[in-house]
Write a protein that binds this ligand. Structure first.
Ligand code: SF4
Ligand code: SF4
Length: 235
C-alpha cells in the first residue's frame, strides 16, 4: 500500500475517523497484507475460531526471522491471488471481528512504548497514520485517541504486547544475533503455540517448577508464565 503521513498526537487529541461498512474504502486495508501477529493476538484469534494454536499456525500463518531481533515473527498468510487478501476478509467485513488482531484494532493509531533501562519508567507515544486509500478520516465522527483505543477494547492487547516488547528488548540486549535451535524453538512454542506449550509441559512431566493447574489451563496465564520464563532465559 501507499506511504502515509504520520503525525504525532497526544492521547487526548481529537481526530475525525470512522470505519464501518458505509465507507467507500471498506475492506481495502484487508488486502496487500503484511499483518504481524503478537502472542496474545494468536490466543484471541484461535480461541475465536475454536481451534488450537498449532492448527492455526499451520493453516493461517507464515514464520519469518526478524531482521533486527533475529527472533521468529508470525504473519497472517494471505489468501491465494495477486491482491494478497487476508483469509478472514469477506464482502461483509472481518469474519473474525471479535478476535481480530491488535494492529487491526489500533489502525489508524500507532502506539510506541519505550522503557528506561535504569528506572524502568515507561513512556508511551501516539501517532496517527493517514494513508491515501483510507477514507475513514473524511467521516464526521470525532473522538480522542484514548476513546478510539477504549472502543477497540485494546487494553488487554496492549498489556500483553508490552510484555512481549520487554522480552524482545532483553533478548536484543543480552543475546544479540541468532539463537540456537533449542532456544528458538522454546521461544516459538511459548510465544506463539500456547496449546503446543501446554502439551509439551504435559508430555515431559512439567519441566518447570510447579505450575498450578489454574495457570496451565488458562491460555493467557500460561503465556504470562512462559514469558516470565523467557525473561530469565534472556537475562
Ligand atoms: S483480521 Fe480482519 S480486520 Fe484484520 S486484516 Fe484480516 S479481515 Fe481485516
Ligand atoms: S476506513 Fe480505513 S480502516 Fe476502515 S475500511 Fe477503510 S481503509 Fe480500512
Amino acid at each position: 500500500m501507499e506511504d502515509g503521513i504520520i503525525k504525532e498526537v497526544s492521547e487526548n487529541e481529537r481526530f475525525n475517523f470512522d470505519c464501518q461498512c458505509q465507507v467507500p474504502c471498506f475492506n481495502q486495508c484487508c488486502r496487500d497484507l503484511n499483518q504481524f501477529l503478537t502472542p496474545y493476538d494468536i490466543i484471541r484469534i484461535k480461541n475465536h475460531l475454536n481451534i488450537s494454536s498449532t492448527f492455526f499456525l499451520e493453516q493461517y500463518t507464515e514464520t519469518h526471522i526478524g531482521p533486527q531481533t533475529r527472533l521468529p515473527v508470525i504473519t497472517i498468510k494471505p489468501a491465494a491471488g495477486h491482491e494478497r487478501k487476508c483469509p478472514f476478509v469477506t464482502p461483509l467485513g472481518c469474519s473474525v471481528y471479535e478476535g481480530r488482531p491488535s494492529s487491526c484494532r489500533m489502525y489508524p493509531v500507532i502506539r510506541v512504548l519505550s522503557r528506561s533501562r535504569e528506572s524502568r519508567e515507561t513512556h508511551i507515544r501516539y501517532a496517527l497514520i493517514q494513508e491515501p486509500h483510507c477514507r475513514g478520516f473524511e467521516q464526521p465522527r470525532s473522538l480522542t485517541v484514548k476513546e478510539w483505543m477504549s472502543g477497540q477494547e485494546l487494553e488487554p492487547f496492549n498489556e500483553m504486547n508490552d510484555l512481549m516488547m520487554d522480552i524482545i528488548s532483553l533478548k536484543t540486549r543480552h543475546m544479540p544475533g541468532y539463537l540456537n535451535d533449542d532456544i528458538k524453538r522454546l521461544f516459538f512454542t511459548i510465544c506463539y503455540d500456547i496449546d503446543g506449550f501446554r502439551a509439551e509441559i504435559g508430555k515431559s512431566g512439567n519441566p518447570f517448577i510447579q505450575i498450578p493447574d489454574s495457570v496451565i489451563d488458562d491460555d493467557v496465564e500460561l503465556l504470562r508464565f512462559g514469558m516470565a520464563y523467557l525473561q530469565d532465559v534472556f537475562t
